[in-house]
Design a protein around this ligand. Structure first.
Ligand SMILES: Cc1cc2nc3c(=O)[nH]c(=O)nc-3n(C[C@H](O)[C@H](O)[C@H](O)COP(=O)(O)OP(=O)(O)OC[C@H]3O[C@@H](n4cnc5c(N)ncnc54)[C@H](O)[C@@H]3O)c2cc1C
Length: 616
């Protein structure tokens, strides 16, 4: 973690100096704002944390609740989300309080006595070894707390405006703030004008309704009771994740953070077509009774129910994720994220995770357009990229939840569920997303120069040695969610090509960086040499990789790395990621997705960035 950049700080280093709209930020909602976020769930809070990194942009986040969320619905945190938390600065802290899923156990009827269950398979969890980040269980409320901290500590100092309800909006196409939003605040109803509105207001989204978008799909006729409980039990796997498929029904059992609490999803069976959501009134006693039937011969003595709910599985995607796609050529003004535009069962533990990635995707794009770095056309890529991801999620979830809801007699191979669970690991881990070619994602012409960094997929980190201090660090972990693009040059210190490339790239970056900003304010360049640590020093690297920045004009020492394995680092990123030893440039977007793989030829980088950036 780097700090003292703006002068010595003696307190919490995560609190960076307020800048721009973060200085004397008004507590009352202003009449006009650049971005209005509606809803402070996972999508909205990540977005607020991201916008706080663009302090020249005014961002407000309204929430109808009176304060922070206390009890959450989601609790499954896939490795990609933990990777994202790392970029927002709280992965280590949340990991230390979370439950880490190491194993998944499968229970089925005992062939000798089918009324009882026995453990049939134990498998490593899908998150195991798929990345350096774990698969966690932690309350949604805690995730929101950490994002709230990141938003409040960032230079934009964003805090939610609680107790403010969205009522409706109109896109007027007039003036600088064309979206007119009606809200209900403590002092009464009022209108706020915004340049852009992002609906992060959940499954019953009012923003979705206001822009006339429709959820397409249906509720399935299957209901689940879900409870967070503190119990005493003789069930031996109470602290291990289990899929239990008994004669009496199914349970998905997930131990939770803290060592005692567990989340239990209990299958309540098929719901009649004319039920009209009456199943939601199922009393908790009935859910517990059902759980005991399924767990036979084991029993649950429930000492406390911390939270419970009944829900029906719905698989729905909205017909568009903004107010224009498919209907008009103008740039979108209103966007939908998270449950506002896709809903599905909780079985695959994806909802909060995918919602956060929606927020990550739209956040840097809004920041880039509103700071003049990129053209407005960038905003159309939000729907183009995220709608297919939502559809894939629905397809995956439909398959997984129907596999889990099968009766024992429908399962020929007890290993089948375990095989599916492991075989599809990349998807539920969050690493399957691959964006198609667009103005911000290049084509595959030079992909072979860096086969291990697939274009359109998230940048998969690897260990390297930092030259300035010899520490072994993860290359990708240095990249924070600060809205900057990253350019990694993988090269050979002996050759002059990289020096020529770096001086051409420096003038290219200067063209898109405001004259009064730090040289790396928009694009952060790093170099990874093939030579061993000890054969290199930072001072010999081109100036691009040791810029002077901040009010004190301090040299940044942490942009020069070496790949060669040695006593401290047993991996070579060139081998691990199949990088050309003749040199290659990997361009990474602010949301950590690989945008382009290019040769060490600055004209190629120039051509790619022409489509991404406007001249400063
Ligand atoms: C029982 C259950 C268990 C789940 N388990 C998991 C799980 O294990 N893993 C997982 O990833 N997902 C899970 N989910 C899904 C997960 O909770 C959601 O996908 C996730 O919360 C969606 O985030 P979001 O930010 O889109 O919306 P939400 O979290 O729904 O947040 C929307 C916010 O908008 C606010 N809001 C709504 N309307 C207005 C308005 N008019 N004005 C102002 N504010 C408004 C709401 O108060 C809320 O704070 C579960 C869901 C349920 C029901």
């Amino acid at each position: 973690m780097q700090f003292h950049h703006h002068g010595y700080v003696s307190q919490e280093p995560r609190i960076v100096a307020a800048q721009g709209t973060g200085i004397d930020r008004p507590t009352d909602l202003p009449d006009e704002t650049d971005v209005l976020i509606v809803g402070s769930g996972p999508a909205g809070m990540l977005l607020a944390a991201q916008m706080s990194q663009f302090p020249s942009v005014t961002t407000r986040i309204i929430e109808k609740r009176d304060g922070r969320l206390e009890l959450g619905q989601a609790d499954g945190i896939q490795p990609r989300s933990v990777e994202t938390f790392q970029a927002f600065g709280f992965a280590e802290r949340i990991t230390s309080e979370a439950y880490n899923i190491g194993w998944m156990n499968f229970w089925n009827p005992d062939p000798a006595n089918p009324d009882n269950i026995i453990r049939t398979t134990r498998t490593e969890d899908y998150g195991f070894k798929i990345s350096e980040f774990p698969h966690l269980i932690v309350n949604q409320a805690r995730v929101l707390d950490y994002f709230a901290e990141a938003a409040a500590f960032g230079p934009g100092r964003i805090v939610p405006d609680y107790g403010v309800e969205f009522l409706g909006l109109t896109v007027t196409d007039e003036g600088e703030y064309p979206v007119e939003v009606r809200v209900q605040a403590a002092a009464g109803e009022r209108t706020i004008r915004a340049k852009y509105v992002v609906g992060c207001d959940g499954a019953r989204s009012g923003v979705r309704e206001a822009i006339g978008r429709k959820h397409v799909g249906a509720f399935s006729a299957h209901a689940w009771g879900v409870m967070d409980i503190l119990v005493n039990t003789d069930f031996p796997d109470w602290r291990t994740k289990c899929a239990i498929n008994a004669k009496a029904g199914n349970i998905l059992h997930i131990p939770r953070e803290g060592g005692y609490l567990s989340r239990v999803y209990v299958d309540l069976g098929e719901v009649a077509a004319d039920d009209n959501h009456r199943v939601r009134q199922t009393p908790i006693e009935k859910v517990i009774e059902r759980a005991n039937e399924i767990l036979r011969p084991y029993t649950l003595d429930v000492r406390e129910v911390a939270w419970h709910s009944v829900y029906e599985v719905g698989h729905r995607v909205t017909d568009g994720f903004d107010d224009v796609s498919g209907a008009s050529d103008r740039a979108p003004r209103v966007f939908l994220t998270g449950d506002a535009c896709h809903t599905h069962s909780a079985k695959a533990g994806q909802g909060m995770n995918v919602s956060m990635q929606d927020g990550f995707n739209i956040g840097w794009k809004l920041g880039s357009v509103l700071t003049g770095r990129s053209p407005e056309s960038l905003l159309a890529t939000y729907t183009a990229e995220r709608q297919p991801v939502a559809q894939q999620l629905i397809d995956f979830d439909r398959e997984w939840s129907s596999l889990m809801a099968r009766k024992p007699e429908e399962i020929s191979d007890p290993q089948e569920l375990a095989n599916y669970y492991l075989g599809t690991a990349e998807f539920p881990s969050g690493f399957m997303t691959q964006y198609m070619s667009s103005m911000i994602t290049g084509d595959a012409e030079h992909q072979q120069l860096a086969a291990g960094f697939p274009i359109g997929k998230r940048f998969k980190s690897s260990e390297v040695v930092r030259v300035c201090d010899g520490n072994v660090v993860h290359l990708g972990h240095h990249a924070k969610a600060d809205g900057r693009w990253r350019v990694y040059a993988f090269a050979d210190a002996g050759g002059s090509r990289v020096n020529e490339w770096a001086s051409a790239a420096a003038s290219l970056f200067a063209r898109v960086t405001p004259a009064d900003a730090d040289p790396d304010a928009v694009i952060d360049a790093k170099i990874i040499y093939q030579e061993g640590f000890g054969e290199l020093d930072v001072i010999s690297a081109p100036e691009l990789f040791r810029p002077q920045s901040g009010p004190l004009g301090l040299i940044d020492w942490e942009k020069v790395y070496t790949a060669a394995p040695n006593a401290w680092c047993d991996t070579d990123i060139f081998d691990e990621r199949e990088l050309s030893r003749d040199g290659v440039v990997v361009v990474v977007r602010p949301d950590q997705y690989v945008a382009a793989v290019l040769p060490l030829d600055a004209s190629e980088l120039d051509a790619f960035f022409q489509g991404v950036f406007l001249p400063a």
